[in-house]
Write a protein that binds this ligand. Sequence first.
Ligand code: ATP
Ligand code: MG
Length: 273
Amino acid sequence: MAKKIAISIPKGGVGKTTTAVNLAAGFAIAEKRTLLIDFDPAGACALSLGFNEANMHGDIFQVFSFTKFIDAVVHKTKLPYLDFIPCQINTYDLEERINRLSRNIYLFSNVLDQQALTEYDFIIIDCPPYMKGLTTVALAAVDSVLIPLRSGQFSVAALKKMFNQIEWVKTTINSELKIEGILLNMYEPRTKAWALTIKSLNKHFKEYLFKSVIPKSIAISEAEFYGKPSMLFDVKSKGAIAYLNLTAEILNKNAVPNIYRLTEADYIQQANK
Ligand code: ATP
Ligand code: MG
């Protein structure tokens, strides 16, 4: 049975998509069969994995609207253990339809329970930067939520909102929902903004903070232009190493055996594909 993790916080630009893509790649590199599902109508995961209109053949919402079976919309990626389901909402009409469909709170749980998905070890879901609709549908269906955060007072405010929503989901729809952890992203040591953010987080959220933090890294932002997770772009970069550390931390926390077998030469070969 796959462990299902939603990447979510009601705040834009904090690194949800970046974390979804790089964590999914990290699990795949650790040879865990992983499925990344883009649940954000913005559809950014596809770009980060090198997909475009021409090489995609269906998306998650065709499954929702019963026009395709789930196996027909699973895309293979450059990493043998990583599969991907995109989100291709490119008209207002479609977005409206999705919003209507997402009123059925159990829709996604039913989709994730399908036989075709039992082969995965991890399913990662990249959520949009708002709580209503799709995010609630995702939270109803997953085992845990990973919350990325950047520095700033607004981020801490969004975190409080996120925790309120998690409580609501737990009491109304999914009592088993857990918090996988809070991830500090675009971390810059010795900056006042981060010192203040951490001081504020330590008051209420200390127990949820991952030990791994993701530094602000040029390789992370550049990698997406090349349609690659950071490990396939520059495995020695601080960003790639940080995401591999996060992967290991989550595997250890969940008591999943963790054997990295790929060598650096393998990464380079994958990156050049
Ligand atoms: P949205 O809410 O709009 O979906 P998001 O939370 O998914 O945004 P991302 O798209 O992952 O955020 O990241 C926003 C931008 O920040 C991207 O251009 C990404 O490359 C950059 N970014 C994310 N994490 C890092 C990092 N650790 N170092 C440098 N740049 C980063
Ligand atoms: Mg995003």
